[in-house]
Design a protein around this ligand. Structure first.
Ligand SMILES: [Zn+2]
Length: 252
């Protein structure tokens, strides 16, 4: 999590308390980041974003980013898969940022799978909760071509995720709820690549995960801290220099 210290940042940080720790850990293991900048285009046009994307934005893309996500566009939050970052503006903050933040977090967690697998998930569109139908009717493409179907399914999962976290999971159909759980479980499994060892002399066993994924407890260590790990504002600066995962993903 990267950003300045100010009221907006503190407010955003509190919102992440709604998200299950396993989901945030999954993102962190993947190398995804949460960025808070004055404006969203500030991040998209930055040197760090260029590093993570592996290329700068073209002039056209910069203009478009400013037009679509800049100040006075009403953009509350975005997820940018090319830099694998959830971006939250601190200059203009939505009066009720909880839902937009959770919705975009839902995209961060599910978009890759939806992108690759939308044809197999398409049947879910036939039976959607009213709230999600209303969301889709609010301006998402309605056609039957691949891009339209993929966009709608991406929205279904992001919205379903936000609903679950806001305590509205009873409104989801069982099919949708179990598809969402499946995607989230897959994600945390894929990101876990533990290796094991067993010491032939002592029989002692150990499981290792990549060191950079370890979450360090704050505090001195003689008492267990029950709070979730601090996503420090400083973050792990190395992540800013790391290339984001490949986007778009290769098809399954
Ligand atoms: Zn969305």
């Amino acid at each position: 999590m990267f950003g300045p210290e100010n009221m907006a940042v503190q407010q955003y940080e509190q919102l992440f308390g709604y998200a299950p720790l396993a989901d945030l850990r999954g993102l962190r293991k993947r190398g995804a980041i949460i960025v808070m900048t004055t404006t969203i285009p500030d991040w998209l046009c930055s040197e760090e974003a260029k590093e993570r994307r592996g290329r700068p934005l073209t002039d056209d893309e910069q203009t478009r980013a400013k037009r679509e996500y800049g100040p006075e566009t009403g953009t509350a939050a975005i997820y940018d898969p090319q830099t694998d970052s959830l971006v939250l503006p601190t200059g203009e903050v939505s009066p009720d940022p909880l839902h937009p933040v959770l919705h975009e977090l839902g995209h961060a967690l599910t978009l890759d799978r939806v992108w690759r697998d939308f044809r197999n998930l398409r049947w879910l569109l036939d039976n959607l909760p009213q709230r999600i139908q209303d969301h889709l009717a609010s301006g998402y493409p309605q056609g039957d071509d691949d891009n339209a179907v993929r966009s709608r399914i991406a929205e279904v999962f992001a919205e379903a995720y936000a609903m679950v976290l806001a305590g509205r999971d009873v409104e989801l159909t069982p099919d949708l709820a179990s598809a969402l759980v499946g995607i989230l479980a897959d994600m945390s499994q894929q990101e876990m690549s533990p290796s094991g060892s067993i010491d032939p002399d002592t029989g002692r066993t150990a499981t290792y995960v990549p060191l950079e994924t370890m979450i360090r407890e704050s505090g001195t260590g003689d008492q267990t801290d029950p709070r979730p790990p601090q996503l420090t504002r400083a973050g792990d600066r190395r992540l800013l220099k790391r290339k984001a995962r490949r986007w778009p993903p290769s098809p399954q």
